[in-house]
Design a protein around this ligand. Structure first.
Ligand SMILES: [Zn+2]
Length: 471
């Protein structure tokens, strides 16, 4: 293990050594308890807490209550309109910061079950990995945090900071009750930062800290023509063609050079800061390799932006599907009566779903008022600034536990309910994924690499130690 770069600012060299020494003992404890930790992960994964199996989910919440209280936290299973939430806390250091660890104990269905090498709820270890539904997504990742807490308490009487653990029981069903639960329990959940570990490390295999996610709106555009399909010779040029209506509307929404041209939609977008641009440029990403991987001769416009910057810092408008008229064998010279475009727009911080809906509604109303806009779903974007004062101890905690600086990812291209922390609870949120890139989450043979798991436990302990130093 490499000595940590102190970077100046938090305490003397003596205090630094003391902390490193303290973590050294904690890391030794974690190493010495590998078999026990693995056994406990297997015991947890054996419980089939699939989101829509209420009985199994409730039983697993009860099991967690026992597990967590043995670790030394006050824990409660709290019912919601859906599956219960497990909330645990240990707040014994009023002068120190509080970390909220978020995870989810529900899992995806294991189907297609016949494609598993060993049964999904009979965890098996082979080739240095543990296989089973929920090993990586997400039981192994939040159990790593719980084991990190246990290791700290075994080596010292008290945790270095205050900790709240919130385990969601319906993340795989879209966390429909999470934002409401957090809003109603602000005081109980009061904290200085949220940390969550889910998904894989960076695709390059390096660890990363995630600072945000893009938001999203999904919608249909539906155009109608005559009340029936018509002969294109007898009616073409007379009856309106809903496919042409949609094609013109869609062309007015995005230019061939990649700019979204929906009036007002991108007004609030702020270009990446210098720190963000530097972090994005440091992310591994090879344009030629990406083209080969995708089997394409060129990438989408605008070409001058790097891959990571496109995914993290700018909105994007995708036509998911365009449907209407005849698509069968040969030709049929007909004039369709209806056409639908299914679309989504990924939003970046500073945009909002309300603003995006208003912009699209106004644009469609102006360009093609006869087209119906059908809202399908929405999620707010979220971002914690790279310059946030707590970003430094978080990144340093990873470096100390893992021996290498993590990559800093300003935002994930996809969408997760991270806004619940940054916008509902109003605190910074950091993602520290522990799983291997080929974790096969949501798929047969889901697995967690054991080295990733134990590094996760060490990182979790290191995180609390480093946050505890921020007074
Ligand atoms: Zn998942």
């Amino acid at each position: 293990m490499r000595a940590a770069d102190d970077g100046g600012g938090t305490g003397s060299a003596g205090a630094q050594n003391k902390r490193e020494g303290g973590l050294g003992r904690v890391f030794d404890y974690i190493e010495a308890h590998r078999d026990d930790s693995l056994r406990r992960l297997a015991d947890y994964v054996a419980r089939p807490s699939i989101s829509d199996r209420a009985t199994e989910v409730a039983a697993t919440a009860g099991y967690l209550k026992e597990v967590i209280s043995k670790i030394g936290m006050d824990v409660e299973v709290i019912s919601t309109a859906g599956n219960p939430v497990v909330v645990a806390e240990r707040r014994r250091r009023p002068e120190r910061p509080t970390v909220l660890i978020y995870g989810h104990y529900d899992v995806q269905p294991p189907d297609p079950i016949e494609r598993w090498t060993t049964p999904p709820f009979e965890p098996a270890v082979r080739d240095g990995r543990i296989f089973g539904r929920g090993t990586a997504d997400n039981k192994g990742q939040h159990l790593a945090h719980l084991l990190g807490i246990e290791a700290l308490l075994a080596c010292d009487q008290e945790l270095p900071c205050n900790v709240v653990v919130l385990l969601d029981g319906e993340e795989e069903a879209g966390s429909p009750n999470l934002a409401g639960f957090v809003a109603e329990n602000r005081e109980r959940l009061a904290c200085d930062l949220v940390v969550w570990s889910d998904g894989p490390v960076h695709s390059s295999g390096r660890s990363c800290v995630l600072f945000g996610v893009r938001g999203m709106i999904a919608f249909d555009l539906r155009a109608s023509g005559a009340n029936r399909t018509l002969h294109s010779g007898n009616w073409g040029g007379v009856a309106p063609n809903p496919l042409w209506t949609l094609v013109h509307l869609l062309a007015s929404m995005k230019s061939s050079s990649g700019a979204i041209t929906i009036d007002g939609l991108s007004d609030d977008v702020v270009a990446p800061t210098q720190a963000e641009r530097a972090a994005l440029e440091a992310l591994p990403g090879d344009i030629e390799a990406t083209k080969r991987d995708l089997g394409v001769g060129h990438l989408d416009e605008p070409a001058e932006r790097g891959l990571a910057e496109r995914l993290a810092a700018w909105p994007t408008f995708t036509i998911n599907g365009l449907h209407g008229g005849y698509g069968g064998a040969g030709s049929q010279t007909s004039l369709p009566h209806e056409a639908v475009a299914k679309c989504d727009i990924r939003l970046v911080e500073a945009q909002s779903t309300a603003g995006a809906w208003a912009a699209i509604e106004a644009h469609v109303g102006r360009v093609a008022p006869e087209v119906e806009l059908i809202r399908r779903g929405a999620m707010e974007p979220s971002k914690t600034p790279l310059e946030h004062p707590l970003a430094r101890p978080v990144a340093k905690a990873v470096a100390v536990a893992q021996g290498r600086e993590p990559l800093l990812v300003p935002a994930l291209g996809g969408s997760l309910p991270d806004y619940v922390w940054t916008k509902v609870l109003g605190v910074p949120s950091f993602g520290i994924p522990f799983a291997n890139v080929d974790e096969a989450n949501h798929a047969p043979d889901e697995n967690l690499d054991l080295e990733h798991f134990f590094l996760g436990v060490k990182t979790a302990a290191s995180l609390l130690a480093h946050i505890g130093d921020e007074r």
